[in-house]
Design a protein around this ligand. Structure first.
Ligand SMILES: Nc1nc2c(ncn2[C@@H]2O[C@H](COP(=O)(O)OP(=O)(O)OP(=O)(O)O)[C@@H](O)[C@H]2O)c(=O)[nH]1
Ligand SMILES: [Mg+2]
Length: 675
């Protein structure tokens, strides 16, 4: 099978969960005869939602890469999950695509998932098309959804290309606003004429010569209109809106034709490499491709998926990984239809294809036929908002778990794994509870290990508000080899994490033991006196001591310093500090009251409010300790429509009443351990 870039259309299907993206993709495959039988989400036969997890939930979890031929054009498209926490699957699909087809529910209209889909389209600078689906339902209202879109993205930008004839159960077909007005039902004539006028205005505005003819009353040819719409779509001046029902197979051919007729070919899509060079795709010349995704196949191992940017990549050829200089061998190239792999000989710009067993290639790398090819910038992903502390059920499985989790993180950049040095826990983070649970189920499949999870400990820290002095004489001189060391030190608050000064005069502590004193202090700082947390922001000055010619040792000075530091800490008004996060919450306006009230209970500070694409954006600072279940809480507070981002802001002193609770809890659990 060979492809021609001019005849490729490459798009991502995105939108809110439940709007019908997967059903639409199954129908497109069926209509294009890429499959013999129409797949169905409800019957668990979808080509796109093929994993057991997706079939069980009847909802997409992973992006499925699909392909079919329509009107002699090759479509490479992807069906993305609408559920917010699976954003790590959606971003790579956008990066690989040349346009976004945003699916909306004709009843619920412009929901959070659709807003996000448009926003991603804007940030990846790709044309956006809208398909208003589920218009067969009685309470659906196409015109209301169009109005919502126009309010959010511009009245003359979101223009209907097709209109529904009949409503609800009587919805029977769509008409194109560009077709002969005589064939448009009377009740739609005026609306269609208005849409046509806006479209013609848009087309004419882009071209002075056309504008002159248009204003002079001349008819524009169909080719001129299509060309103009194509340019307007490309520049973002137009978001064409289509009406339909996947269940009834109404309006879908019109969307597919629209994609063929007015969206870009991959040869038109220039990209900027990380060194600023503009890449203009061509079918000849040195080939380059961007690896946007890795998939773990239990049988084959790692599979790399790439989008060809320029030139042709062939099966059984060599290529360079431009990020690390490794020579890679491309074995059998394939493209996908869900889980079905279709072998191909060569791939041209716009193709989305995959290859197994690359040696040293990760997601975000660029492959190139020559070292002169340019490296593309990697993708950026939102930071995780939900974490588990994970540990092995069976001791000895720790390495297997770590390896397995690392592989999962390579496949999904919104998953993170790290060993927290302060709490000594392995922290597995992602975009929500369900996201992590699904990943842990995958871990069980690939590594055959069981893990247990708990809420991560908060890495509190301890600091001081005042100054303090400490002294300790360590002496064990009865029987055997004796031990002796004495240390006097003082501590004070510091802007640095840790400062150490030696103010000992006259050799009260010989110079060679000073490093041991510092080591003793550093060890003591690992476990503060209040709640056993790491101590920071202290300056320690050792100013006096005593030693013994025979019995003093490094060990003895370490012990003395440790104890002296602890005494000084207790006198220096120690305080507990906690990590505070900057939080950005996106929500429909109706939930703002509940969200702010809830944040107040969480010791949160509201920093600001604004509006973005029809959503309210609330910025706040909230202690991490209050956010451990926020991803889940926000979902339930907003019926799944609110999302949030967070990042570390700073450590702040914990209010005394809250600190007392934490300290008491620590002391109680410590006592239990000692008992
Ligand atoms: N009435 C009606 N139902 C539809 C239509 N299209 C899809 N559905 C149903 O809507 C439900 C959700 O459809 P999906 O295709 O799974 O939706 P999705 O957008 O892929 O959802 P996520 O994968 O969760 O993001 C299924 O039960 C479909 O049968 C339609 O045109 N009309
Ligand atoms: Mg789906």
């Amino acid at each position: 099978m060979k492809f021609e870039s001019e005849k490729i259309r490459n798009f991502v299907v995105a939108g809110h969960s439940g709007s019908g993206k997967t059903s639409l993709c199954d129908l497109m495959l069926y209509k294009a005869k890429a499959v013999d039988r129409l797949g169905s989400v409800d019957n668990k036969t979808s080509v796109s939602d093929f994993t057991p997890d997706e079939q069980e939930k009847r909802s997409s979890i992973y992006t499925a890469y699909l392909s079919c031929e329509w009107n002699h054009f090759r479509f490479f498209f992807s069906d993305t999950p609408g559920y917010g926490p699976f954003i790590g699957e959606v971003i790579p699909a956008y990066r690989a695509s040349g346009a976004a087809l945003v699916v909306l529910d004709g009843v619920n209209g412009l929901e959070m998932g659709a807003v996000r889909a448009f926003k991603l389209g804007k940030s990846f600078d790709i044309p956006k098309l809208a398909f208003v689906n589920r218009l067969d339902r009685d309470d659906a209202d196409y015109f209301k959804v169009v109005e919502q879109l126009q309010d959010a993205y511009g009245k003359n930008v979101c223009v209907p290309m097709t209109l529904p004839v009949g409503k609800g159960a009587k919805f029977e077909r769509v008409v194109s606003v560009l077709e002969d007005p005589a064939t448009i039902p009377d009740e739609l004539k005026e609306y269609a004429a208005h849409c046509r006028e806006v479209l013609f205005d848009t087309v004419a505005e882009a071209d002075e010569a056309l504008m002159e003819r248009y204003l002079g009353g001349e008819q524009l040819t169909e080719a001129e209109v299509m060309h103009g719409l194509h340019d307007a779509l490309k520049s973002g001046a137009l978001i064409p809106v289509f009406a339909g029902s996947v269940t009834k197979d109404i309006g879908v051919s019109e969307v597919m034709n629209g994609i063929v007729n007015i969206s870009q070919s991959p040869l038109e899509r220039t990209r900027v490499a990380s060194d600023g060079t503009v890449i203009r795709p061509r079918e000849d010349g040195d080939a380059a491709a961007f690896v946007f995704k890795s998939v773990l196949d239990p049988h084959v191992g790692q599979f790399a998926f790439f989008r060809v940017l320029t030139g042709k990549i062939r099966s059984n050829s060599d290529i360079l990984n431009l990020n690390n200089g490794t020579k890679e061998h491309i074995g059998q190239l394939i493209f996908l239809n869900g889980k079905t792999q279709i072998p191909i000989e060569e791939a041209c710009p716009g193709c989305i294809c995959g290859v197994a067993k690359l040696r040293a290639t990760k997601t975000g790398d660029t492959l190139g036929e020559s070292p002169k090819c340019h490296v593309m910038s990697p993708m950026t992903f939102p930071s995780p908002v939900f974490s588990y502390a994970v540990s092995a059920v069976k001791s000895g499985d720790e390495d297997k778990i770590m390896n397995g989790l690392q592989k999962l993180c390579e496949c999904d950049p919104t998953l993170h794994i790290e060993l927290n040095k302060e709490t000594h826990e392995t922290i597995f983070s992602g975009m929500g509870e369900l996201h992590l649970q699904i990943a842990l189920r995958r871990l069980k499949e690939i590594a055959r290990v069981e893990v247990q999870v708990s809420a991560p400990k908060i890495p509190y820290r301890e600091a001081i508000n005042g100054r303090g002095e400490g002294h300790y004489r360590h002496k064990k001189q009865s029987g055997g080899h004796g031990q002796f060391a004495e240390v006097f030190l003082r501590i004070e608050p510091s802007g640095e994490r840790f400062e150490f000064a030696n103010a000992v005069v006259g050799g009260a502590i010989p110079k060679n033991f000073i490093p041991a004193v510092e080591k003793g202090v550093v060890e003591a700082m690992e476990c503060g006196p209040l709640a056993g947390c790491v101590v920071e922001n202290v300056k320690v000055t050792v100013y006096d001591g005593k030693f013994h010619d025979v019995d003093s040792s490094e060990m003895a000075f370490k012990i003395a310093a440790r104890k002296a530091f602890r005494e000084a800490m207790e006198k220096a008004n120690p305080v507990l500090k906690e990590p505070v996060m900057s939080v950005k919450i996106y929500t429909p306006a109706e939930f703002m009251g509940d969200i702010t009230g809830h944040l107040n209970h969480k010791r949160g500070r509201i920093i600001g409010m604004s509006a973005e694409d029809g959503m309210q954006v609330l910025e706040a600072e909230v202690p991490l300790a209050e956010l451990s279940k926020y991803a889940t809480e926000l979902r339930s507070m907003t019926q799944g429509r609110g999302t949030f981002e967070m990042e570390f802001a700073r450590y702040e002193v914990v209010a005394p009443n809250v600190a007392a609770e934490i300290i008491n809890k620590f002391k109680a659990s410590h006592k239990e351990e000692e008992d």
